[in-house]
Design a protein around this ligand. Sequence first.
Ligand code: S3P
Length: 446
Amino acid sequence: MEMLAEPHGALSGRARVPGDKSISHRALMLAALAVGESRIRGLLEGEDVLATARALRALGVALARDAQGVWTVHGVGTGGLAEPEEVLDLGNAGTAARLLLGILAGHGFTSFLTGDASLRRRPMGRVARPLREMGAQILCRSGERLPLAITGCARLLPVVWRSEVASAQVKSAILLAGLHAPGATTVIEPLPSRDHTERMLAGMGAEVRTETVPEGIAVTVKGEIELAPRSFTVPADPSSAFFPAVAAAVSPGSEVLLEEVCLNPTRTGAYAVLAEMGAEIAIEDRRESAGELVGTIRVRGRALEAVDVAPERAPSMIDEYPALFVAAAFARGTSRFRGLAELRVKESDRLASMAEGLAACGVRCRIEGEDLFVEGGRPAGGATIDARLDHRIAMSFLVLGGLAQAPVRVRGAETIATSFPGFAELMNRLGARIRPLPETDAGEPS
Ligand code: S3P
């Protein structure tokens, strides 16, 4: 499906973007491992999370959704999943694939996992290696990629694993496997990545400890425990909210309120950068909900200035770089974003996707090693961008199209439904002009 974003004026209004993707995947998976019934409100019903729900059903978990959108999960207890008859197809969802591998590692049966062309390109070795060390057998396609087969083991060995990358998916996979191991399983990562798994496990009665060590951050979980079921509301996704936030921040005169957003500090780094660039960002109605900080983000548009973002900040804004690059394209001066190697292994190679797409929209930018330089100005737009099976690439260029001099067309925009169903409608309610194009409407945007 193609979508067109036409230039708009100032944005205004309030909106609640859909539920957080990371928390939604974990809510379903951990509820499936609890003993008893969990009820989850505000679950993200995007394709990625629905892939997790489908996989859990195939593994013998009963999940139901009522007319109000409340999901009920009948947990089977750790180690209680059943061998799936079918191949587990996780679509575009890296979190689903990697976290499920951690869980399947602790089950003594064989499962086959695959995904779409994007997921089949992504590295699974970073998860397969520690899980093998713990006792699972994992056979991957060349380059440790999907499709793969995993035969787990009901009693895994606890490990102390040093991860080279700060990755919440790697950390979570190991911690989830650790639930099936006696004693303590520890993951050490160089920088803190999002900690939703730890918070949720603690809320379900697990013993989880996080400490600073010379190599970085160590997280330890005690295995072979029973998880208690939990009922809660999933907060709005700060990564999804960042798209309207950027659109508002770039247009002076805009004022947008984004409600009930998860404000976990491991997720909000990009909002701090946007504020450093000169946008006015205020947090209101701050409160705690089910172990996570939640609040309303008020964004007022201003003329933005370029920034220089250090590599250590990457984990706290890893999914927001594409939209941040769009903000930088409208700022005064040249921005530098350092240490972006991890962007190369996301739903697409986001460093290449963004550099090429920005250039097509008339933005001068260059990649130097692991850094991206973006020269700000008033981008021309007027390009057609391929989403490359990457929801955040699609949304970033639709945001850019609304702010540029000429409309931007995005091919393959259906990928947005993986994380942000209703994106165009929500943006349009705030004043954007995004619409699907009929299949026959070929040619360059006028
Ligand atoms: C996620 C972790 C991050 C992030 C992804 C979601 C998670 O990936 O990019 O969108 O839910 O754990 P990495 O663990 O690969 O950094």
